[in-house]
Design a protein. Structure first.
Lengths: 127, 144
């Protein structure tokens, strides 16, 4: 399984990867992580790697999270996308859903609370 | 006008629930200090009201937050400033949920340096609160 974590904050990319590795335990060896700090770099990685799951921030420089989602959904790709963001405005959340985000997780979140919200994507993938 | 107390409450929430640090006490500040702690992050707020939110915090405070978040220690300033910026980003987002004034916000920026002054717009009003934790202090400032 190949996972793409997109966030301009290295802190958040590290936290998301840590939570996944800690919860998958030995099975984490079957996961390869890719990191991107903005939507444009994420599109570059997405174009050359087979990505199975994306964790995505909204507010990022160059190309933001929703623009990234629109770009890849425009080409018909159905990869699951989990948005992990500090944006809590309800109208903005609806915009993200309309763009094609599958799940929305509000910061601050980490540890067990984060796993509670993202664990199902790994169960669905057979972990 | 943005309600400063919503941002103060959000800071407490984020430090307690996300980082795992609770402030011992806090106090409203009328006169801002001449010199500040050495790390500052800043976010612009815009929408029904505009403003700038600043988080000024000591390096040991950010380092302790990174330890609590189990982030590998790094001597690089980049990670310290990334952490300070992301903490403020989460504070602003957390406050957005409770604000009756709708706003959006910029990406955070962060600075590190010793004994520098923060430059404010003298035409704007400022609200500030100092949060005292066991091993460090942080100051939250809203300019609008």
């Amino acid at each position: 399984m190949q996972i793409l974590i997109v966030d301009d904050s290295e802190l958040m990319r590290t936290i998301v990867e840590q939570v996944i590795v800690e919860n998958l335990k030995e099975a984490a060896q079957k996961v390869k992580f890719f990191h991107a700090a903005n939507g444009k770099d994420a599109i570059d990685i997405f174009g050359r790697e087979k990505i199975h799951l994306i964790f995505l921030d909204w507010n990022m420089p160059v190309l933001d999270g929703v623009e990234f989602v629109r770009e890849i959904r425009m080409h018909g790709n159905k990869v699951p996308i989990v948005m992990i963001t500090s944006v809590t405005d309800s109208e903005k959340i609806l915009q993200a859903a309309a763009a094609g985000v599958n799940s929305y997780v509000e910061k601050p979140v980490r540890g067990p609370a984060l796993w509670d919200q993202i664990g199902m994507f790994f169960k669905n993938a057979g972990f | 006008m943005l309600d400063f107390e919503i941002f103060s409450a959000a800071l407490r929430h984020v430090f307690a629930e996300f980082v795992g640090l609770r402030d011992l006490t806090s106090e409203a500040i009328k006169n801002l200090p001449d010199k500040y702690q050495n790390i500052t992050s800043k976010i612009e707020l815009f929408g029904e009201a505009n403003g700038t939110l600043w988080l000024n915090i000591s390096e040991p405070g950010v380092t302790l937050a990174m330890q609590k978040l189990q982030i590998p220690q790094s001597s690089e300033d980049r990670m310290l400033m990334d952490t300070a910026g992301e903490l403020l980003n989460i504070i602003v987002g957390s406050a957005q949920r409770n604000s009756t004034v709708r706003y959006e916000f910029s990406l955070p920026s962060a600075y590190k340096g010793e004994g520098y002054p923060l430059r404010f717009d003298e035409k704007l009003a400022r609200s500030a609160r100092r949060f005292i934790f066991e091993d460090f202090e942080a100051i939250l400032i809203l300019e609008q």
